[in-house]
Design a protein around this ligand. Sequence first.
Ligand SMILES: Cc1cc2nc3c(=O)[nH]c(=O)nc-3n(C[C@H](O)[C@H](O)[C@H](O)COP(=O)(O)OP(=O)(O)OC[C@H]3O[C@@H](n4cnc5c(N)ncnc54)[C@H](O)[C@@H]3O)c2cc1C
Length: 287
Amino acid sequence: MKYLIIGGVAGGATVAARLRRMDEKAEIILFERGKYVSYANCGLPYYIGDTINDRNKLFVQTVKGFTDRFRIDIRTEQEVTRILPESKQVEVKKLGTGETYTETYDKLVLSPGAEPLRPRIEGIESKKIFTLRNVPDTDTIKNYVNTEKPRTAVVVGGGFIGLEMAENLHELGVHVTVVEMANQVMAPLDYSMAAIVHQQLIGKQVGLMLEDGVSRFEETSRGVTVHLKSGKQIPAAMVSLSVRKPDWPRKRDLRSEHSAVSLSMNICRPRTRIFMRWEMPWKYATS
Ligand SMILES: Cc1cc2nc3c(=O)[nH]c(=O)nc-3n(C[C@H](O)[C@H](O)[C@H](O)COP(=O)(O)OP(=O)(O)OC[C@H]3O[C@@H](n4cnc5c(N)ncnc54)[C@H](O)[C@@H]3O)c2cc1C
């Protein structure tokens, strides 16, 4: 049996290891467009905040460790650009050279993850506005924090990642303001539970602006001024944008020749959430 796995971090790496444990003889190829596989996304904010002070600790496995232990053919910096379900093939682009090739499969596993949302707001292209999704994003933020030593930051979005960034920047001695459009942080919590988080933030002198959104960003020589819909302005040395919609597969990627299996949210999520399998029996997805 030949398995192809698209995406080599949380879901993809787990599936690869599990498949090997279930079948010693299977051919398993894992494609990852980034440089790294199997790292701890959850640790990234804590590395920025110095709670995790050894960068190597972010990596659950290295490419070599994975290959040696599980005999998996790991192809980093290679992007799957098309799925050809009729011929059970994928098209792959080597990002270093631009060369493309095809690979056949018996079973295909999709774990391409999500990407942070960068809403079209005026000024969003500023280099002082950061999103956090992967190791390169982490290195960029860490480098900025170490060299620019920001004293103020605005975190846009009061979800889990936003709050983790707020916590870690605060730990570094940065004065943080969290801006959240809803009337509470951590949307999945009941308001009464979120209120405890509000109290905690305020108790730590973290600014909390609820029911307010960003109307535009303005880059200045000292950082970014965040203009809110209410008319308030918050000057900051950096902005952490954490308004990602969780776990939405990248629609624009991995276009399939077959419309019924195109990687769109509507098709992928409801069906795979229940069965982890698409309508085609050789195709699986995880997140
Ligand atoms: C900062 C941060 C903190 C988090 N903290 C927590 C936490 O505390 N607890 C928790 O449960 N969850 C947390 N999460 C969420 C968790 O990391 C994700 O839910 C999980 O990583 C999703 O796994 P995945 O395999 O779907 O995608 P990912 O782990 O993102 O892996 C997808 C990989 O696929 C690759 N890829 C995409 N398209 C292609 C392609 N066409 N070809 C080749 N490769 C491709 C991408 O480069 C990416 O590396 C956090 C996430 C972040 C960003």
